[in-house]
Structures are given as C-alpha cells and as structure tokens.
Design a protein around this ligand. Sequence first.
Ligand SMILES: *[C@@H]1O[C@H](CO)[C@@H](O)[C@H](O)[C@H]1NC(C)=O
Ligand SMILES: *[C@@H]1O[C@H](CO)[C@@H](O)[C@H](O)[C@H]1NC(C)=O
Ligand SMILES: *[C@@H]1O[C@H](CO)[C@@H](O)[C@H](O)[C@H]1NC(C)=O
Ligand SMILES: *[C@@H]1O[C@H](CO)[C@@H](O)[C@H](O)[C@H]1NC(C)=O
Ligand SMILES: *[C@@H]1O[C@H](CO)[C@@H](O)[C@H](O)[C@H]1NC(C)=O
Ligand SMILES: *[C@@H]1O[C@H](CO)[C@@H](O)[C@H](O)[C@H]1NC(C)=O
Ligand SMILES: *[C@@H]1O[C@H](CO)[C@@H](O)[C@H](O)[C@H]1NC(C)=O
Ligand SMILES: *[C@@H]1O[C@H](CO)[C@@H](O)[C@H](O)[C@H]1NC(C)=O
Length: 511
Amino acid sequence: MQSWILAAWFLAWLSFRAESVCASRHTFRSSTVADSNLTYVRNSNICETTPGVGQISGYINIASNASMWFWFFEARNSPETAPLTLWLNGGPGCSAMIGVFQENGPCTVESDGSTTTLNPYSWNNISNMIYIDQPIGAGFSHGTGTVNSTDDAAKMMWTAFQILYESPEFSAFQGRDLIFATESYGAHYAPVFITYFNAQNALIDSGQLTGQKIIFTSLMISDGKHDPLIQYASYITFAADAPGYGPLQDASTISNMTDAFSKKDGCRAQLEDCYAAGTTHADDALCSAANNVCMQDVFYPAIRGRDSDDLRQASDSTDPFPPTYYQTLLRSQSVLDAIGATSTYDACSADVQTGFDSTGEFGRTALPPLAALADAHFPILIWVGDADIKANWLGVHEAMVSMSWYGNLTLNSTALTNWTIDGTPVASIKSVDSFTFSRVFGGGHNLPAYVPSTALQFFSRVVYKGDPPSTTSSPSSPTTSSRSSAARSVQSIAVWGCALIAVLWTLVASV
Ligand SMILES: *[C@@H]1O[C@H](CO)[C@@H](O)[C@H](O)[C@H]1NC(C)=O
Ligand SMILES: *[C@@H]1O[C@H](CO)[C@@H](O)[C@H](O)[C@H]1NC(C)=O
Ligand SMILES: *[C@@H]1O[C@H](CO)[C@@H](O)[C@H](O)[C@H]1NC(C)=O
Ligand SMILES: *[C@@H]1O[C@H](CO)[C@@H](O)[C@H](O)[C@H]1NC(C)=O
Ligand SMILES: *[C@@H]1O[C@H](CO)[C@@H](O)[C@H](O)[C@H]1NC(C)=O
Ligand SMILES: *[C@@H]1O[C@H](CO)[C@@H](O)[C@H](O)[C@H]1NC(C)=O
Ligand SMILES: *[C@@H]1O[C@H](CO)[C@@H](O)[C@H](O)[C@H]1NC(C)=O
Ligand SMILES: *[C@@H]1O[C@H](CO)[C@@H](O)[C@H](O)[C@H]1NC(C)=O
C-alpha cells in the first residue's frame, strides 16, 4: 500500500516535470483565422541572456502552407508599460534576424559562431521587440507559394498580427503603442502595411469585418529605398561628391553615368514609362527592365570598388563589416532546437527577390502611401547613414521634399542642424511637425550596426515621442557570455529527460 502511494506520487511528480520540461513547445490555436496557430518556445535563453528578461520564438502559421518566423524579446526595462516595436528587414526577402544579430537586437555573435555578447544598445532596452521574417520565404519563414508583391505581404502580415494579438502571449499589447521600424526595402513595406492595417481597422469599426484592430502609432525608416527615379539620379550626385567624404568616382565615370541616365530610352526614360504605366500589373516587365538598365548603367558604376552599404569599405574587403558570424549560430542544430526553428535559415531569399523583380516592384515608387501618411500627420522618422551609397541621404532627402504632402516645401527650406550628444555631433536633423529627417554621421546601410549608441538615441526619440526621460546613462561595458553552450547543455538534458519520461509513460500505459 505504502509503496503504491509512493509510486503514484512519483508518477504525478514525473508528469508535472514532463509538463514543464517537455511542453517547452507551446501551441495557441486561433479561433478567428482558419487553419492557423502560433507554435512557440518560451525563454530559450539564446541571445538575450539578461536575467529575468523573457523571450518567445517560433512560427505564426497563418495558413496550412504559410509559416512566418518571429522572435520576440521583452523589454529589459518596464516591459509591462513599454511599447511594442515591429522590426522588419528589407531585401525584399531578407531576414529580420539580420536586425537581431547585426543591428539592434539583444546580442551580437563572436567569430566562433556560438558565443554571444550582450548588446548594451539593444532596442529592447526601452521597448518590447518583435522581429518577423517576411514575406514567406525570408529567413526561417516558409510556405509553398512565393510572395511577389508588397500588397500580398501586407495581407499576410495583417493575418499574422490577428493571431498574435488574439493569443494570450501578446493580447496585452492591444491598445499599447505599436512602432513600425524598418530599413531599406522596408520603405516599400511600411507605408503599404500601415495603410492596409488602417483600412482593416476602419472595416472593423464599421462592423464590416471581425478582427483585432492593429494600430501602428509611429514609423521609422532608415536608409530607405523609396523612389527609383529620384534615387537612381542621386547615385550620380552622390558619386560625384559624397558630402563629408568627397568624390567616389572619377569625372569620366560620372559623365558616363549621366549620359546613361539621361539619354533617349535610358534609365530615366524607362523609369518614366514605368511610372506612367501606374500600378497595374500589365506593365510588370517594363518596370523590371527599367530597373535592370538603371542597375547596370547607373548603380554599378556609382559603387565601383566600394561596398555599396558603406563607401569607406572596399568591395573586396576580406573582413567585411558587419560580420555574419550569427549565420553559423543559426545553422547549429542545438540552437535551432532551443529556439523552436524547424526550417533552414536563409539570410536573403533569392526566390523572393526574383518574385518581386518579376512584378516590376523594383522600378516603382513607394512614395504615394508614405506621402499620404505624412500628410495625415502620422509620426515619421526618416534617417539615413551618410556613408551609405545604396540609399544615400541626398536621394532620400530629395524624395522626402518632392513627395506630395503638406510639409514638403517647409522641409526643403528648413536647414539641417547638428544633434550633439555628450559633446559629439552624431547627426544633422530637421523636422516639420511630427515628420523628421536626419543625416546620421558615419552610418552605413544597416544603420544601427554602424552607430549602435546613436541608433538607440534615435529610437528613444520615437519611443518617448521626442522627449527621452534622460540623456545617455553610460552603459555598462558589454559582457561576454558563454550562455549559448550552457543553453545547449540545458537543452540536451531537457531532451534526454523528455525521452526518459516518455519511455516511463509508455511502460506505465502498457501495464
Ligand atoms: C498549426 O497549424 C499548421 C498550419 O495549419 C498545421 O500544419 C500544424 O499542424 C498546426 N500545429 C499544431 C501543433 O496544431
Ligand atoms: C497557399 O496556398 C494558396 C492556395 O493554393 C495559394 O493561393 C497561396 O499563394 C499559398 N501561399 C503561400 C504563402 O504559400
Ligand atoms: C565611358 O563610356 C565609354 C563609352 O561607352 C567607355 O569606352 C569608357 O570606358 C567609359 N568610361 C568609364 C570610366 O567607365
Ligand atoms: C505573383 O503572385 C501572384 C499570386 O501568387 C500570381 O498570381 C502572379 O502571377 C505572380 N506574378 C508574377 C509576375 O509572377
Ligand atoms: C529645394 O530647395 C532648393 C533650393 O534650396 C531648390 O533648388 C529645389 O528645387 C527645392 N526642391 C524642391 C523639391 O522643392
Ligand atoms: C508638395 O506637396 C503638394 C501637396 O501638398 C504637391 O501639390 C506639390 O506638388 C508638392 N511639391 C513638390 C515640389 O513635389
Ligand atoms: C556639425 O557636425 C559636423 C560633424 O562633426 C561638423 O563637420 C559640422 O561643422 C557641424 N556643423 C555645425 C553647423 O556646427
Ligand atoms: C540598457 O539597459 C541595461 C539594463 O537595464 C542597462 O544596464 C544599460 O545601461 C542600458 N543601456 C543604455 C545604453 O542605456
């Protein structure tokens, strides 16, 4: 009798352990979106190793053939009141894990491909952060079809947010500030996504649609690809004399680029034909061809010999910055098991690139929906690293003062003034109401990677709506941790424990 009770207690204890150890993979089934769920792991302890700071990683399965990878990091400070920020990388087809490990996430990865170092300038210092690999095909996200347009990507992202905000893990964010932060090709995504979400919100308000309202409260785009016509022209101006750096190419190259841009049937003429064709897909091939001509005749000559992301770096650098050691980490099976990733990591998907190219999106402007948001006083920060050639600040500035919104002329006639932090000018900046443009000194294309401290300051301006509670407290020096290997052994103990419990249960069940 006595031993029977003991055995029962032991089994009860085992099942309790099994629950807490084996059920590290959780599932939330949506009751509003058919065939969808959230499958995730809590607190893998990978990358964010700050004690007490939670994280969630996994897939938003928006349909039976479409799984979107996400990685959520709780804010290091006041997570229960801090806003939620969505970070997307560009490409199109590039993974938001670039953001996590190279730009503004909780850690960077050392050259051994496994040791992580905490990033004191991580944006989760002041905001809850969710990084999403999108569209389907980017990073760890996978599905059957290929997403080939920003419009389609917007719909999928909306569905993903429906599932997220319905889930107990994220429902607390309903009504909290929601910041959209992105870079590069994200200049196409952001205004279209926000406009689409707003339209869905209006349908929900009028009772024509059932769902969660998802209200973005501000937008920040660094080094954006906004408008081919303006930005291809800017390669000529920038290569002739990059402010603060000087000429990037010789006069004969500049002259050739100018001819190629302006000549009959050249880059400009072809882009103008594409623009005139509007947004119908009848002229996909025309827009795609225009972009290809411009790449060949204007972009490549402008960047010759240099890294297009950072004019200070040679194109053939053997030790390019930012390093890609994180990709080794994301190929480690034990790390994948720990974070709940079941697909193969692809930093930038060639299939997605090809898809967007085939619909001609690279030749089209992304300005009209951005202009409409600016015109409606939606808070927008446009910031550009001044060493980036690809989305150089002269071109982005020209796009902002040329697009159709009430502040364009005022912005153009307002001078940039230096923003000085701790005695050092970090950027020059100007605003019209809630619209801000900035040239960031010394920044390259993936901006936060080059100027992490300044980037966190910019993010603070957005989070605290221009009024950070205090200027920089000196951050503690980065601490190297060997948590990834520790996490690995915890993980293998957990796996063996689960296997043992499973065997015991099978034995019990068969008795
Ligand atoms: C989650 O949803 C996906 C897509 O519909 C499905 O394939 C998968 O089996 C579901 N997972 C769970 C654990 O229910
Ligand atoms: C999923 O399947 C549907 C129906 O076949 C298709 O229309 C859609 O493009 C697919 N989506 C993805 C992301 O694979
Ligand atoms: C400029 O174009 C001419 C004619 O196409 C070509 O011969 C020359 O090599 C080009 N110069 C440079 C610097 O690219
Ligand atoms: C883009 O994708 C859509 C939907 O999957 C498809 O109908 C269309 O043919 C694709 N466009 C091109 C140019 O491949
Ligand atoms: C902006 O101002 C400059 C003069 O400072 C002028 O040359 C240029 O045409 C203006 N741009 C626009 C788009 O108004
Ligand atoms: C500025 O925006 C207005 C609309 O507010 C538009 O009519 C005008 O063309 C724009 N100016 C330039 C230089 O693009
Ligand atoms: C702004 O800062 C830059 C970079 O340090 C410097 O070159 C420039 O002279 C400063 N401009 C003014 C007006 O102080
Ligand atoms: C980020 O937060 C950590 C922990 O709260 C703090 O030690 C660090 O100083 C903060 N970093 C910055 C740049 O404020």
